[in-house]
Write a protein that binds this ligand. Structure first.
Ligand code: GLU
Length: 486
C-alpha cells in the first residue's frame, strides 16, 4: 500500500472555525495513525476572500495545537509549492485544464455576465436549479481561436454528461449516486485566470499524492464532479472522508457571530488548547469506550476514521467546560498560576500572594474566564447585605455573628506573625472559649473578609491572603453592619 498522505487545505479567511480545526485534527490523525505524511496546503485561489494575517492564524493554530505538518509553505517539501496562488503562477492549473479541453472533458466558455444572469433568472422563474446550458460547447475550434485572439474573457468549464449516473464512495456516507443531469458544468478556470477550488483541489490532491481526502460534508454534493475529473484524467480516486457538520443545536450551525465558533474565541475565553483539541476530537467520532480524555498521542494511537459518525455533532459548551476543568486539574499549581495570572491582574491591582489564590482556585474552576468575577473581592470588599451572616445550617444569627466578630477582632489584632496557622489558632481559641461549634465563628469571619455568599477558600485562607490590616478593616466593617441591624 502507498504511504498514507493527507492534507489540511484551509482557505486563508482569517478565522480558524471549530469545524476547520476538527478537519485538521482528523486529517492529522489519519496520517499519523498510519505513519503517513500530513501536508499543509493553502487554498487562496479566491483572491477576494483573502484576509491579511490569515496565514499567521493558520500557522499559529497548528503550532499551538501540536498538529505539526510534514510539508507545507513554510517548511517546503517535495511537491511544492504549497500555496495555490504560487502554483497558479507556475501555470499548472491552466495546463491541466487544457488537457481536459483536448479530451473533450472541458470547454471554453465566453458567455457574458448578462447572458448568465438572464439564464439564472429564467431558471429561477421556472423553479429550476440553475445549470449552465452548454451554450459554448458548440463553438468551433476556429471560433474559439478567434475569441481567444480578441482577448474576450473566458472561463473553462467541465463538460459533464447529461444522461446516466455518477457514483462515488465515501468512507463515512457510503456510496452516493447522482443523476448526471444534475451535474452543472462547473467552472474549472475562472476569468481572472485562477482555478476554482473545485478544480484546484483535484489537481493538487493528485499531484501531491494525497491518499485520503478529509473535509466537511458541505463538499459531498460536489464529490461526483470531482470523480468525473479524476476519471477524465485517468487518475486514482483518493479515499474520501467527509465529516459531519458541527451544530450549535439541532437547528443551527455554529456561527461566527456568537463568538463560540473559532479556536481563537475559545482560547480567548480561557479554554486550554489540549482540552479544546480533545473535545473537538469527539465531535463526530467516538472511541467506542467510556474513555473521554485523550492526549494527542493517544488519539493518534486509537483514531479510526471508520468510526466517524454521519449525524451532525452538537457543540456542547457544558461538556467542553467540564473537560477543560479536568485538564485544569491536571496542571501543576505553578502552571495553573502562570495561566491564571493575567486573569487575576484584570481585577486585582494589589500585590497579593497569587500562588495562594491559585491554590484555592486550581481544583474549583472549569475555565479561566471564571476567575475575575470570583477573585474581585480580594481587591475590594463588595457591597453586601448583613443577611449573609444568617446561615441556617451554621446556626448563625445577627447576634452570635456580631459577638464572634467583636471577640475575634482583638485576637486577630494581637497576631504578630500573620500566618494561616496563627489565624486558625485565634479562631479555634475563640470557638473553645465560647463553647460553640466552629461555624459560629468561622462563618461570620469568612463572610466579613469576603463579603460574598460563596468564596473560594474559607476564613483562614482569605484572611491570610488579604493580610492583617485589610482583614482587621473588613472585620470592623462587618461589626458596623451587624450593629446597624441589631
Ligand atoms: N479550502 C477548503 C476549505 O477551506 C478546503 C476543502 C478541502 O479540504 O478540500 O474549506
Amino acid at each position: 500500500m502507498n504511504k498514507v498522505r493527507t492534507r489540511f487545505a484551509p482557505s486563508p479567511t482569517g478565522y480558524m472555525h471549530v469545524g476547520n480545526l476538527r478537519t485538521a485534527l482528523y486529517t492529522y490523525l489519519i496520517a499519523k495513525h498510519n505513519n503517513g505524511d500530513f501536508i499543509l496546503r493553502i487554498e487562496d485561489t479566491d483572491q477576494d476572500r483573502f484576509v491579511e494575517g490569515a496565514l499567521d492564524i493558520i500557522y499559529n493554530t497548528l503550532e499551538i495545537t501540536g498538529l505539526k505538518h510534514d510539508e507545507g509553505p513554510d517548511i517546503g517539501g517535495p511537491v511544492g509549492p504549497y500555496v495555490q496562488s504560487e502554483r497558479n503562477s507556475n501555470g499548472v492549473y491552466l495546463e491541466y485544464a487544457k488537457k481536459l479541453v483536448e479530451k473533450g472533458e472541458a470547454y471554453y466558455c465566453f458567455c457574458s455576465k448578462e447572458r448568465l444572469d438572464e439564464l439564472k433568472n429564467k431558471c429561477e422563474a421556472s423553479g429550476k436549479v440553475y445549470k449552465y446550458d452548454k451554450h459554448c460547447l458548440s463553438l468551433s475550434k476556429s471560433e474559439i481561436e478567434e475569441k481567444l485572439a480578441a482577448e474576450i474573457p473566458y472561463v473553462i468549464r467541465q463538460n459533464n454528461p447529461e444522461t446516466g449516473t455518477t457514483t462515488f464512495e465515501d468512507e463515512i456516507y457510503g456510496d452516493i449516486t447522482v443523476d448526471n443531469s444534475e451535474l452543472d458544468d462547473m467552472i474549472l478556470i475562472k476569468s481572472d485566470g485562477f482555478p476554482t477550488y473545485n478544480f484546484a483541489n483535484v489537481v493538487d490532491d493528485h499531484l501531491m499524492g494525497i491518499t485520503h481526502v478529509v473535509r466537511g460534508s458541505e463538499y459531498l454534493s460536489s464529490a461526483p464532479k470531482y470523480n468525473r475529473l479524476y476519471n477524465a484524467f485517468g487518475w486514482d480516486i483518493p479515499v474520501y472522508v467527509h465529516c459531519p457538520p458541527i451544530m450549535k443545536d439541532i437547528h443551527n450551525k455554529l456561527s461566527k457571530r456568537n463568538g463560540d465558533a473559532s479556536f481563537e474565541d475559545l482560547m480567548k475565553k480561557g479554554y486550554l488548547k489540549d482540552a479544546i483539541l480533545n473535545y473537538i476530537a469527539l465531535l463526530g467520532w467516538n472511541p467506542g469506550t467510556e474513555k473521554e480524555i485523550f492526549s494527542l498521542n493517544e488519539l493518534v494511537e486509537i483514531f479510526d476514521y471508520k468510526s466517524i459518525n454521519k449525524s451532525p455533532a452538537i457543540f456542547d459548551n457544558v461538556k467542553l467546560k467540564w473537560m477543560n476543568g479536568e485538564y485544569i486539574k491536571k496542571l501543576t499549581i505553578e502552571e495553573f498560576n502562570k495561566l491564571a495570572l493575567p486573569y487575576y491582574k484584570q481585577v486585582i491591582k494589589k500585590d497579593l500572594d497569587f500562588l495562594k489564590i491559585s491554590d484555592l482556585l486550581h481544583k474549583r474552576i472549569e475555565i479561566f474566564s471564571e476567575i475575575p468575577e470570583i477573585v474581585t473581592f480580594f481587591e475590594s470588599l463588595p457591597e453586601y447585605s448583613a443577611d449573609l451572616y444568617v446561615h441556617k445550617k451554621m446556626k448563625t444569627t445577627f447576634e452570635n455573628s456580631l459577638e464572634s466578630l467583636e471577640k475575634i477582632l482583638p485576637k486577630l489584632e494581637s497576631i504578630d506573625d500573620w500566618s494561616f496557622e496563627n489565624i486558625e489558632k485565634a479562631c479555634m481559641d475563640l470557638v473553645s472559649e465560647l463553647g460553640v461549634k466552629n461555624g459560629i465563628v468561622l462563618w461570620p469571619v469568612r463572610t466579613a473578609v469576603s463579603g460574598e455568599k460563596v468564596s473560594p477558600g474559607g476564613a483562614y485562607e482569605i484572611a491570610e491572603i488579604l493580610g492583617k490590616s485589610e482583614t482587621i478593616n473588613r472585620i470592623k466593617i462587618g461589626i458596623d453592619k451587624l450593629k446597624a441591624v441589631q
